[in-house]
Design a protein around this ligand. Structure first.
Ligand SMILES: O=C(O)C(=O)C[C@@H](O)[C@H](O)[C@H](O)COP(=O)(O)O
Ligand code: ZN
Length: 363
């Protein structure tokens, strides 16, 4: 088992990465200062495969488990799903020391985390991510949220988990499209700050797609290390943490406009990264060669790098004004300047954005 530590003073925690960890969750949870009752939040798909093992492990450690499954899909990351979980927690008699455990992908983790942050003003929270995207990104760093029809993650909080347990064997049952979606965030870490990881991905992406255990464990560990480094510097995104939003300014707009669930989060982020690449070239900040390498790696991972024709540019731009990084009407973009470095570009002009979207359609 590998461990990555995220140092945030009293809110520090570890990310345990390894094969078969689902059967050890009970013991790991028993090491935390939590009460006897646990709310296990999952979705119907993941729950059908893995909830039995997790419940068994928790019960063996003497914990009383109350399970709740929401339907599978980004369209269920809503306040009404949260309300259902509050009802279940209250009915089960969960108190302030009872833990909420999220078993599933980013939707389950964000939703369960939002409920953990707000139920009785905050109860212990444990992330058990079962998708690549959740293992490399959404389970780490404490962003929890639900969506608003007009904007992604608009209602949320910063609320760190007490523990993250990533079982790499859970990826064996992950649909290919979901695996590729997670790779968009993995590639992001290479682009924004880790040139050698970027090169490693260029050389090894096929092993990752083939679920080669060593390659997968390396990808998850390296991604978590990269994310921890950023979050430790700026936990609540007052400045530098925004770098983790590469591809998300346009990506979130696409997800909301197309209807949540139409494109996976990673697909939308890949499209958004393509727009950011064109902005970078247009601003003279990114060389053609670096742009080619980034696009090429996204392609190798099976991700889209064009903006879909059905989404009008003016609608994408309007949706971007609702982005959390838009402050005082100024749209912020994260722009790659090399394979291993990106910058936060504030006040990006609408005209340049329009041109970059057009360029990303024309590919
Ligand atoms: O953890 C972060 O910070 C990120 O930006 C990671 C993103 O990949 C993730 O999708 C995040 O939820 C987006 O944050 P948001 O604040 O733009 O909603
Ligand atoms: Zn993301």
């Amino acid at each position: 088992m590998k461990n990555v530590r995220i140092n945030l003073g009293r809110r520090s925690y570890r990310i345990a990465i390894g094969s078969g960890l689902l059967d050890r969750i009970g013991d790991m949870l028993a090491e935390l200062p939590v009460g006897r009752k646990v709310l296990l939040v999952t979705n119907t798909t993941v729950g059908a495969i893995y909830a039995g093992r997790v419940t068994g492990s928790l019960a063996q450690a003497g914990l009383e488990v109350f399970q709740v499954a929401i339907p599978d899909g980004e369209q269920y990351k809503t306040l009404s799903s949260a309300e259902l979980l509050y009802d279940r927690a209250f009915t089960a008699g969960l108190d302030r020391r009872s833990a909420v455990v999220a078993l599933g992908g980013g939707v389950v983790g964000d939703l369960a985390g939002f409920v953990a942050a707000t139920y009785m003003r905050g109860v212990p929270f444990v992330q058990v991510p079962t998708t690549l995207l959740a293992q490399v990104d959404s389970s780490v760093g404490g962003k929890v949220a639900v969506n608003h029809p007009r904007g992604k993650n608009i209602i949320g909080a910063f609320y760190q988990p007490a523990l993250v347990v990533s079982d790499t064997a859970a990826l064996d049952t992950l649909p290919r499209r979901e695996l590729r979606s997670g790779l968009a965030e993995v590639i992001k870490y290479g682009i924004i700050g880790d040139a050698s990881f970027f090169t490693w991905l260029e050389d090894n992406i096929h092993q990752v797609l083939a679920l080669e255990p060593g390659a997968l464990a390396h990808v998850i560990e390296q991604s978590c290390i990269n994310k921890a480094r950023v979050v430790e510097q700026d936990e609540t995104e007052q400045g530098t943490r925004a770098i983790l939003n590469l591809g998300h300014t346009v990506g979130h707009a696409i997800e909301a406009l197309a209807g949540y669930g139409r494109y996976s989060h990673g697909e939308a982020v890949a499209m958004g990264t393509a727009v950011a690449i064109h902005l970078g070239m247009d601003l003279g900040m990114l060389s053609r060669e670096a742009a080619r390498r980034i696009k090429n790696l996204l392609h190798k991972a099976g991700l889209p790098t064009t903006v879909p024709p059905g989404l009008a540019t003016r609608d994408i731009i309007t949706a971007m004004y609702g982005d959390k990084k838009t402050v005082g009407g100024a749209i912020t973009f994260i722009i790659p300047v090399d394979t291993g470095r990106a910058v936060i570009h504030r006040r990006t002009s609408e005209e340049r954005i329009r041109q970059a979207i057009a360029a990303a359609r024309a590919q």
